[in-house]
Design a protein around this ligand. Structure first.
Ligand code: PDD
Length: 279
């Protein structure tokens, strides 16, 4: 396995950055995860747009031109002889003596890895997966894909310990924001597809954006609005979206079956539409 670190390709096992990198000390950085499927990077431009936006919001300079980064991604894929993989990109503010304000002349650090694509198992796809709810204790800028992921990690771990696949994060007002690493969707009792609108409360998932487009094209009744955990528990269907899970049906929320307790037709259809779009 080969990794890329600040201009050099080398064995992943030896790849490292300095202990005073601000990513290590402050989580002062951002990341992207791009799926490679059948040798193609899925939604590459969307992921790079979001990467540039995250950097801009944190006032970290792009460590290289976009075209150069696209070249590095391809080189890394080639060197790893990968056809299905997850390309991970992380950019931090760079190495400097530990002090909170932005350092004057730090050079951003950039690292890329190319790792196996975690796919939902055939069983997960056939039967759907369980989610549990957890309070959303994250910061106010969840639209930035920051490497600061402690609340997400704690929520995902709580899900694993409860035998669930994902945790749905719930605001103090009772609405679901998103999953710990996925966006959240329901098909309401009345047959409307609902997902939370873009705001600083959620990460604007690239998969979410594409699924919205596909649903619009298919003339599926659709509303972008917040929904409560209660509404989700009474929904006909629920599912999540992300670069690695694509569209994954949810059949249990906090131990209660969703709808019939089996993957619903809309989730299946949207997954198929998405797979066709990617093919
Ligand atoms: N997670 N919401 C959160 C909080 C996420 O971390 C992610 C992505 C998503 C889905 O976004 P997209 O469709 O662009 O993958 C939603 C990545 C995959 C991760 O942290 O590994």
């Amino acid at each position: 396995r080969i990794a890329y670190v600040n201009g050099h390709y080398g064995p992943l096992s030896e790849a490292s950055v300095h202990i005073e990198d601000r990513g290590y000390q402050f989580s002062d950085g951002i990341y992207e995860v791009v799926a490679l499927r059948n040798g193609r990077l899925s939604n590459e431009e969307g992921h790079l747009d979001r990467l540039e936006r995250s950097l801009k919001e944190l006032r970290i300079a792009m460590p290289m031109h976009r075209r150069a980064l696209q070249h590095v991604m391809r080189e890394l894929v080639r060197k790893n002889k990968a056809t299905n993989a997850l390309v991970y990109i992380q950019v931090t503010r760079g190495v400097a003596r530990r002090d909170h304000p932005f350092p004057k002349d730090a050079v951003p650090s950039i690292v890329l890895t190319c790792r196996t694509l975690p796919k939902p198992s055939p069983k997960a796809l056939a039967e759907g997966v369980a989610v549990i709810s957890q309070p959303d204790i994250r910061w106010g800028r969840r639209d930035i894909k920051s490497i600061s992921l402690l609340p997400n990690i704690l929520a995902k771990q709580a899900a694993r310990e409860a035998g669930a696949y994902e945790a749905w994060l719930v605001e103090t007002d009772g609405t679901v924001t998103e999953g710990s690493s996925t966006n959240a969707w329901i098909l309401t009792k009345d047959g409307v597809l609902v997902t939370r609108p873009r705001s600083t409360s959620i990460l604007p998932g690239i998969t979410r954006g594409q699924v919205l487009k596909l649903a619009q094209e298919a003339q599926i009744r659709l509303e972008e609005r917040p929904f409560t955990l209660e509404e989700a528990k009474e929904a006909k269907e629920a599912f999540m979206s992300s670069a690695s899970a694509l569209v994954l049906p949810i059949t249990k929320i906090d131990g209660q079956p969703v709808g019939e307790g089996i993957p619903g037709p809309l989730a299946k259809r949207l997954r198929e539409l998405y797979e066709t779009y990617l093919a």
